[in-house]
Design a binder for this molecule. Structure first.
Ligand code: NDP
Length: 277
């Protein structure tokens, strides 16, 4: 499995697991837990969740899935912007840790920028690090201007990643944000690599995948895996789909295939506002 090095020097797999909407349907719970566990077995050890997802249901499910194997996982969770102040972040983080049944998060992200000043949020992250409740921190849904402001904030250069929408059909970050982050050695964590499933029904992608002997999901992931400094976090609650997604890491796209995809899913021709879900 390809790995990505964080600014801290720590390496993580370039393919991880998203968990938004997992834990919402009690009838699917056991399959979802088994899927996360299979993903860890197959090397998708980075698991992404958030206090927002299902009002804590995703974190609780992840907690159940990783019980007894905490050390195998690089655990990522996120704090709501309205909880990003000193006092509220501590309470939020402790609630996430309880639901996840762990002592420490490996990475804690600000879910998007809100009204709490960045300086206060950075101090709140630093306080949680000192208390041993998080090891590292980062942000999500930050455009280039927001990243520049963060880097000018005291302590802001300790940020480990920016988790943003990035997939074949949504390439706007290649214009400015991705180069700015690469210049700082900061990986992008690409969320919604399948555009929540919509991309997989794109007729052009379906045709391209068939011609390559791959599935649309595998092309979407192999395309992200071909890019420097990008971590992809697809979500599935099904073991079969998980195995299909993992197999994408064993089938790199050739230079010709990548050039062909550029014709179908064009890179940006100018700056665009950061796309978000
Ligand atoms: P994805 O782009 O990962 O798509 C998930 C959808 O694709 C689900 O419907 C899933 O269905 C389906 N799917 C997965 N694998 C396959 C496959 N091999 N074949 C067919 N269908 C498949 O969407 P998400 O929005 O969930 O993004 C991934 C993760 O990114 C989230 O779960 C979350 O952790 C994070 N995220 C972060 C955001 C942020 O603001 N920071 C915003 C959005 C997401 P099924 O489960 O039935 O397989």
């Amino acid at each position: 499995m390809k790995t990505i090095t964080l600014p801290s020097g720590e390496t993580v797999p370039a393919l991880g697991q998203g968990t938004w909407m997992l834990g919402d349907d009690p009838a699917r719970r056991q399959e979802e837990i088994a899927t996360i566990q299979l993903g860890i077995d197959l090397g998708l050890t980075l698991v992404d969740t958030a206090e927002m997802y299902g009002d804590g249901r995703s974190e609780s499910l992840v907690g159940e899935a990783i019980a007894r194997r905490r050390d195998d996982v690089f655990l990522v969770s996120k704090v709501y912007p309205h909880n990003a102040s000193r006092a509220a972040m501590r309470r939020s983080c402790e609630a996430s840790l309880r639901r996840l049944r762990v002592e420490t998060l490996d990475l804690y992200l600000l879910h998007w920028e809100g009204s709490v000043p960045l300086g206060e949020t950075v101090e709140a992250f630093e306080a949680l690090q000192r208390a041993g409740k998080i090891r590292q921190w980062g942000v999500s849904n930050f455009d280039t201007d927001a990243m520049e402001r963060l880097w000018r904030t005291p302590g802001g250069d300790a940020c480990q990643t920016n988790q943003v929408l990035y997939n074949l059909g949504s390439r706007g970050i290649e214009w400015d944000l991705l180069p700015a982050m690469r210049a700082r050695g900061l990986p992008v964590m690409a969320y919604s690599p399948f555009d929540q499933g919509r991309l997989l029904r794109n007729a052009k992608l379906v045709r391209f995948a068939r011609a390559c002997g791959m599935t649309p999901a595998q092309v979407a992931l192999a395309w992200l895996l071909a890019r420097d400094g990008v971590i992809a976090i697809p979500k599935t609650g099904r073991r079969q789909a998980l195995e299909e997604n993992v197999a994408a890491s064993a089938r790199p796209l050739s230079a010709d295939e990548l050039a062909e995809l550029d014709k179908v899913f064009a890179p940006p021709a100018g700056a665009t506002p950061l796309a978000m879900l």
